[in-house]
Design a protein around this ligand. Structure first.
Ligand SMILES: NC(=O)c1ccc[n+]([C@@H]2O[C@H](COP(=O)([O-])OP(=O)(O)OC[C@H]3O[C@@H](n4cnc5c(N)ncnc54)[C@H](O)[C@@H]3O)[C@@H](O)[C@H]2O)c1
Length: 258
């Protein structure tokens, strides 16, 4: 279904992005991987090229407007079209301090990397997609946007913005055959989650692991391919009547009365 399609995947060199790149490359998509590290980019590209030899890596910081503009224009000049955008890159590198101690520059960074980056990607991808009168976009949000637990404030606000932006922009471009949805992951075993574990003692790691698992009905942490399969579906023609939706993939987070 993705044969000869061209798709940009930001944050495509690891985790959910790389798993999605792999699934789409196996179906024949020309993948454009975008991320900050050239080294990781070349490493990921060598994996993806096994299935999709024309795929490329473009070094991109999604918080920098010129980088995103270049990502889209280089993709277009290489392939002559852009069918798919998976706007997935983000990080939690800013401080996780309490609100009254949170630095203003960390607020700006987190909002830039979670929300503005998605807006920038869509802005430039849509300039191509509106000329083609077709396209499919998935933006990555987070269950933090819906749970709004203590300590996640600014990240949760940025990811909530992704859901709102997705719904609104989907309304704007549906008549041009462009579908836009968001993915809302729960806890997935990727480098982002591993970073949270990296500073903990072995006992604390076990405790955090257990608390993530106990959050959802399935009682485990997700594998990145389980998110990637949903993204693949959303980007495919099988989801041809699905737009403006926030699709939750979280193993069923909820309350359990025992
Ligand atoms: N892992 C989880 O439990 C989880 C839960 C909810 C939401 N998410 C979201 O899923 C998405 C993918 O994260 P992941 O879990 O695969 O983690 P990950 O760390 O493996 O992937 C994030 C990717 O984004 C890239 N990136 C970060 N900042 C960037 C920037 N400024 N410019 C370009 N690339 C940048 C990283 O290099 C990395 O490749 C993120 O948007 C994250 O917020 C993850």
């Amino acid at each position: 279904m993705f044969e000869e399609k061209v798709g940009i995947i930001t944050g495509g060199t690891s985790g959910i992005g790389l798993a999605t790149a792999e699934l789409l490359a196996k179906e024949g998509m020309h993948v454009v991987l975008a991320s900050r590290s050239a080294e990781k980019g070349e490493e990921a590209l060598s994996i993806i090229k096994k299935w999709s030899p024309n795929s490329i890596f473009i070094k991109t910081d999604v918080t920098i407007s010129e980088d995103v503009k270049n990502l889209v224009s280089q993709t277009y000049s290489t392939f002559g079209k852009i069918d798919i955008g998976f706007n997935n890159a983000a990080n939690t590198e800013a401080s996780s301090a309490a609100t009254h101690q949170f630095k203003e520059e960390d607020f700006d960074h987190l909002i830039n990397v979670t929300l503005k980056s998605v807006w920038l990607c869509m802005k430039y991808q849509l300039q191509v997609m509106t000329k083609q009168n077709n396209g499919a976009i998935v933006n990555t949000s987070s269950m933090d946007a819906l749970l709004c637990s203590a300590g996640t404030g600014v990240y949760a606000a940025g990811k909530s913005g992704v859901i709102a932006l997705t719904k609104s922009v989907a309304q704007e471009y549906g008549h041009q055959n462009i579908r836009i949805n968001s993915l809302c992951p729960g806890a997935f075993r990727t480098s982002m989650l591993e970073e949270k574990f990296s500073t903990l003692s072995p006992e604390e790691k076990v405790k955090l692991d257990e608390s993530y698992k106990s959050l959802n009905a399935l009682g485990r942490i997700g594998d990145p391919y389980e998110a990637a399969k949903t993204v693949k579906w959303l980007l495919s023609d099988d989801a041809s009547f699905v737009t403006g939706q926030n699709i939750i993939v979280d193993g069923g987070i909820g309350f359990k009365f025992t």
